[in-house]
Every structure is written in C-alpha cells, then in structure tokens.
Design a protein. Structure first.
Length: 203
C-alpha cells in the first residue's frame, strides 16, 4: 500500500454521529472484491437522489470539497457491519485521513490495513477542525504523521496519538503481506531446511 508520511489537502466537514458502514458504502456495492471503482458510490444514498442525480447539498458534491483528502466527522464513525469495502471506498475517492472523536473498532483497524489514517481527538479539538473545514476551498489541513501533528489553515497545531507499530506500518506502507515479505529470506531458509529434514511434506 502507499506510504502515509505527510498529507496536505482540503478537509470536508461531515458533522454527523454514528455514520455506519452502510452509509459509507451501501450493501448493493459489495459484490466486488476489487479495491478500485468504489469511490463513485461513497456515501451513495446521501450523494445522489432516487434518479441518480447528484444532491448539490451533500458536502462531497460541493465544488470546494470534490477533491477532499481529509474527512472531519462526528463520533462513532464507521459503526455497523465490518465491511472492508468502507475504507476501500474512502480511499478510492481520495480520502487518506478521517478525524473524529471516536471510531468503531473494526472500521478503525481496517483503515490502517488499507493505508488510511484514522485520528481520534477530543470533541473540543474536533469542533475546531470542523470550523476550519467549513471554510470551503480554504479548508486545507496538513497531517504530519512523523510529528503526529495536524496544522490548520491559520497555522494552529493539534497533536494526536497513535500506536507506534501502526505508525511504523503507515510510514513504510506496510500491510500484513508487506510485513510478512520483510521476512522472505527467513521464510525461504526455513522451507529449504524443512524440505531436507521432512521431504514428505513437499510431494
């Protein structure tokens, strides 16, 4: 997966609590196992009307937020079912970071596995960032993962916490497969030794 080091982009405000995974990517779009192509269906029921036309009032349809890379949301973001398509849809749209007071556990873990940085902050800090995000095209935030800092459009800085191992994986662009492949030489050595000592396992 792509490394996450420093991200600067427009932040879109979504001041809703309990945004569940069916709201993020409705069930009818779960037929694919591909991680691409889901961005157009992100928040489908809020972005489009019954005829399939864009809802001009939804934040990601507004001109200033169509290229948003950061989402500032309400508490318990990503609740509901465990569908991994939710972070896939966010990532395919272009969102690499979601900032909220709290996240559902499974969604939170799935974000890290797909190169998205979920940041949990106290509600007071979220309110400041939500206010920044309401500025439209000027709602530019910078997320510095190495420094663990969020810098707002006026230069204000907010610190955030993250598990050191998860931070390492994002900085290096490592998912579980990437972590395993770092041990490729050891795995190959083990297999060669096992082939010699237990050849019946390798018909």
């Amino acid at each position: 997966m792509d490394k996450f080091t420093r991200l600067t982009g427009v932040a879109a405000p979504l001041p809703m609590i309990n945004v569940d995974t069916d709201m993020i990517i409705p069930k009818q779009f779960l037929k694919t196992i591909k991680r691409t192509g889901l961005g157009k269906s992100l928040f489908f029921d809020m972005r489009y009307d019954d005829a399939g036309a864009e809802n001009p009032d939804f934040v990601l349809n507004r001109p200033a937020y169509r290229q948003s890379k950061i989402l500032v949301a309400g508490e318990n973001f990503g609740c509901g079912s465990s569908r991994e398509h939710a972070p896939w849809a966010l990532l395919d749209f272009g969102i690499r970071c979601v900032v909220a007071p709290s996240f559902a556990d499974i969604f939170y873990n799935n974000c890290f596995k797909n190169g998205i940085l979920p940041i949990a902050l106290p509600k007071g800090e979220i309110d400041k960032l939500m206010d920044d995000a309401e500025r439209g095209a000027n709602a530019t935030l910078t997320i510095d993962l190495e420094k663990q800092e969020i810098t707002g459009p006026d230069g204000g800085c907010i610190r955030f916490e993250i598990d050191p191992f998860r931070k390492h994986c994002l900085l290096e662009g490592l998912d579980e497969i990437g972590l395993t492949l770092q041990k490729a030489a050891s795995i190959t050595s083990f297999e060669e030794t096992q082939k010699s000592s237990q050849p019946w396992l390798y018909p």
